[in-house]
Design a protein around this ligand. Sequence first.
Ligand code: LR7
Ligand code: MN
Length: 583
Amino acid sequence: KLRPFVLYITMLSVLWLMFVFIVFTLTALDDSRSREVMDQNVRFAYQKHDIPRKPVNLSTALARPHDVNRILPGKLGTGVYFSPQTDEEMRLVAEGYEKYAFNQYVSDMISVHRTLQDLRHQSCREKAYFQPLPSTSVIIVFHNEALSTLLRTVYSVLENTPAELLQEILLVDDFSSYRNLKSELEAELSQIGSLVRLLRAKRREGLIRARLLGARHAQGQVLTFLDSHCECMPGWMEPLLERIAHDRTIVVSPVLDYIDLNTFKYNFYVTEGVPRGGFYWTNMNFCWSQVPQYEWDRRTSPSDPIRTPTIAGGIFSIHKEYFEHIRTYDTNMEIWGGENLDLSFKVWQCGGSLEILPCSHVGHVFRGSVPYNYTVPEGVNVVIKNTMRVVEVWMDQYKDIYYRRQKLTKTMSPGDLSQKRKLRHVLGCRNFTWYLRNVYPELYVPDLVPRAYGQVLHMSTGLCLDATNPNGLAGVKTSLYYCHGHGGNQYFEYTRDHELRTPIGRNWDLCLHCGMGSLDVITTHCTGPSKVVQDQLWLYTQEKTLLHLYTHYCLEGTPYGVTLATCNGQDNQIWRLENIRLQ
Ligand code: LR7
Ligand code: MN
């Protein structure tokens, strides 16, 4: 009589055991997810204003918390599209932009440990680095940097650099004034240990002397400089060090991917799209330029270095002894600007070379403006002063191309240059003509002495020829406008080849042009004098008319614009060119 009962109990127990087993298995499967949640709550609480509070010691920092990326904002380099909902959020977002010129609020939401996907070409990921590589000190200077971007820079170095290659990270505080930055940074760094050292400038030194302060303390064989708002991709360091181990006169830069200043999305450059460095003749600023075909042809593999005429300046590696050999930086340069072209010209002209290494990637937060002033207390525009120190020492007679376009330089002094000039002599450096021919042959070189330059004044109206072309678009109609004297769209060079060229900032200029089938006078890309059709060539005559060589018509101005018309010797066809050097 008991039998059915025993059977019943047995069945129940079996069912119960199955149930327990299933629940247990499911829990085990779920373990990875629960660990993430634990990470979020215990190790890192990346809620607003909470980033630096969680202690992170070196072993956890080096352990690459990959799992954190799976659940947090901005994971793996994605962007955070945040729109503020409350007044308070709006205020905080605005304040972040104001203080840092990027979206600090969003940066604070993103883990300072976020890892990036290794998006590099397969040949880079598979490459083995044979040599015993030299060690490097990473030097990061900052002035009033946001804590989250600064820490993310530091951790991305710690978490993406093989320990045996990283001598130390030197943080140089260039006399920051923002409250709490000091104490909060110190609190965080005390958790990391002696691998990261913090140095402080006793007064505002500017980024150039601040970097030198770091360099003086560096113990690694190679110096690697980073801006204070960067993220390094896995494998970024080995290619840099390997290249320098091969030849210490090569100064190397990673590909600079851009981190969006609004969303902190990491944008990766594939090798075919990588730009290299150039410069603008107009203001002698650094610019990006296309890698020319001859350079693609010289290379045989996607991981080969790309030679570059200039580097952006903030992110590069250089052998410490070579840096000292070329006497480092010009210590008379202030705050920001100029040092990048100074180093670029010096390295090339004095026997070294510059390369971008496609297997090394570092992201940088590119900003439209900087949140600090370019003027020092004495009121000097430091960018122009620094730049004058560059063109005076390295550019020989080509400096005039810059000077004639920058009126401000006429009232300014570059300061004492004797040491710099001596250095060029002692190092036996080549001249700028050599640099242009051998390093940057595709660059258009403006006339050293053009026929005339400056404004083109229309006599009868007193107005000036104006390219009306802020974005440098080809084919925009030219007009007359009141003379503002600021150059820009009203600055023309009447070239040896009889073009009327206006530099638009980039290194391709626009030319005054009138083509077939229309009397509209436009500005468009210069085609050069070799072209058979002379639609961009003008003759400034004894009678002060501008004769269009293709049509044999004259440039005529009206209050409404400019056109071509049969030459008639009337006032509205008379123009005055400035700075006539050659008829
Ligand atoms: O007085 C200062 N003291 C500083 O320590 C002014 C700035 N700095 C720090 C600052 O916190 C930052 O870490 O110096 C670093 C560079 O300043 P940014 O980020 O305001 O400059 P940037 O990125 O606009 O400027 C580029 O050009 C500069 C010219 O002097 C430097 O060479 C920067 O290092 C350089 N940045 C890069 O090369 C990254 C790629 C940008 C491009 C193109
Ligand atoms: Mn920067």
